[in-house]
Design a protein around this ligand. Structure first.
Ligand code: ASP
Length: 438
């Protein structure tokens, strides 16, 4: 069977005509790149506006019967500039005024928000010489607005099966009555993944403006090494703790089908980026770590009670207190006579005193102490599995830096080590561990 690659380009990759040119170069460089999913034009520089944000603004103004000409004018200019610079033979003025009329007439929020992708899709298809396939005919939602996976998958196979190269706008689809529905913000990633799955692609490329995943946050370590391959499980651990590059939901369709995702940088085509794979042999990264992430502001509630381990209902009572106060526990390291609850401080707010009181009443502990301002460092790596010496290296690095380790847990999967330190030690700790492995 012929190999297919689905390539999704994010907002900054299609922010202006200069970026469009890079995208064309990328797409045409590999003829397996047959289905292209664009976002709406994003920021060209730090303080610039994303077209999607401007569209939401237009909707807000229009829904209050306020004049939105000025904001819409900025959007018009951006699309006109792209068309003029690339000499596209499209009546962009006509498309833009039709949409403006609909916004004025009270079209839905989702419809308005989706127009950035819609227009960008038309422009990109013309520029590449690919067919334009409107996402409303492909990405299906049911009457209630829930995504219809089966229907969509069938439609994608049916429609794209007979079109060799196409541009499909990201971020939206439609209900059976034609009403437009968008995914959540950043949702073009999801569209790309759905198409990649539907056409049985060998690879889902996600082109953005970063070099993929880095071993640590570049705000903590200068020029950290990029991660070349990462498994889905590792990614979940790392992105939970740090800033995600990908929309979380975009992973499921391709993960299930075993299609790797390759995150690439449109502004640095030679970089291999990061490939996210299903399951890699542990040998591939043996003896080392994949990445380090961290998060601040946890509170520890440390509870001690003699013979706690023999009290059958102790944990149930404890958990019930947290449940009734609507608190989730991040980690729960324990020893025979003590247990610590590690909870994001933001969840506790003013509830802490009440929770402590309730634990006193229900669990009758010998003591309860609380420690705020704790940070968690996650050292993640499939290469840690059954390799000796990794934790020695991690803890030596922390000790040499004079950092006091307040808590340690290692998941039974041996995929991560979680270390609790003072908030103030987080950056220093991450940098020290990074240096130990590089
Ligand atoms: N343009 C949409 C947003 O800004 C969707 C996307 O870019 O993926 O959220």
């Amino acid at each position: 069977m012929e190999e297919i690659i689905v390539a999704k380009f994010g907002g900054t990759s299609l922010a202006d005509s200069k970026q469009f040119k890079k995208v064309k170069e990328i797409v045409l460089a590999d003829e397996r790149r047959r289905y292209i999913v664009p976002s709406a034009p994003g920021k060209r520089y730090k303080k610039d506006h994303k077209v999607t944000d401007l569209l939401y603004m237009c909707y807000q103004l229009a829904s209050h019967k306020l004049n939105f000409d000025e904001v819409y004018g900025i959007i018009e200019k951006r699309f006109h500039d792209i068309c003029n610079d690339l000499k596209l033979e499209i009546d962009i003025g006509e498309i833009l005024s039709e949409i403006k009329e609909k916004i004025r007439a009270g079209e839905s929020r989702d419809y308005v928000a989706s127009r950035g992708e819609y227009i960008n899709g038309i422009l990109l298809s013309e520029y590449l010489g690919f067919e334009f396939v409107d996402a409303k005919d492909l990405i299906l939602f049911d009457e209630k607005g829930h995504f219809d996976w089966e229907g969509t998958n069938k439609k994608v196979k049916e429609l794209l099966g007979s079109i060799s190269t196409a541009v499909i706008p990201g971020f939206y689809g439609a209900k059976p009555n034609g009403e437009i529905v968008t995914f959540s913000r950043g949702g073009s990633d999801i569209t790309g993944a759905i198409i990649a799955r539907g056409v049985d692609s060998i690879l889902y490329e996600n082109w953005t403006d970063v070099p993929g995943f880095l071993m640590v946050d570049p705000k903590i370590v200068d020029n950290p090494k990029p991660i070349e391959t990462i498994t889905y499980k590792e990614l979940r651990e790392l992105s939970y703790m740090g800033a995600p590059v990908l929309h979380a939901e975009s992973i499921f369709p391709v993960r299930e089908a075993g299609i790797p995702i390759n995150i690439r940088n449109t502004n640095s085509i030679e970089d291999p980026g990061t490939t996210i794979v299903n399951d890699l042999s542990p040998i591939a990264n043996v003896g080392t770590i994949t990445g380090i992430a961290g998060k601040k502001d946890f509170t520890v509630i440390a509870i001690e009670k003699t013979l706690m381990n023999q009290e059958k209902d102790f944990y149930r009572k404890l958990i019930t207190v947290l449940e009734t106060n609507d608190i989730t526990i991040e980690h729960m390291p324990s020893s025979i006579d003590s247990v610590s609850l590690i909870i994001p401080s933001a969840q506790l707010n003013s509830k802490l005193d009440k929770i402590i009181e309730e634990i006193r009443i229900y669990c009758k502990p010998d003591s309860i102490d609380t420690y705020p301002n704790m940070a968690l460092i996650a050292v993640v790596g499939r290469g840690m599995i059954r390799t000796k010496g990794i934790s020695a290296k991690v803890f030596t690095a922390l000790a040499n830096e004079g950092i006091n380790v307040r808590m340690i847990t290692q998941g039974s999967s041996e995929l991560n080590i979680i270390i609790g330190v003072e908030n103030d030690d987080l950056e220093k700790g991450i940098a020290a561990i990074y240096r130990a492995f590089n």
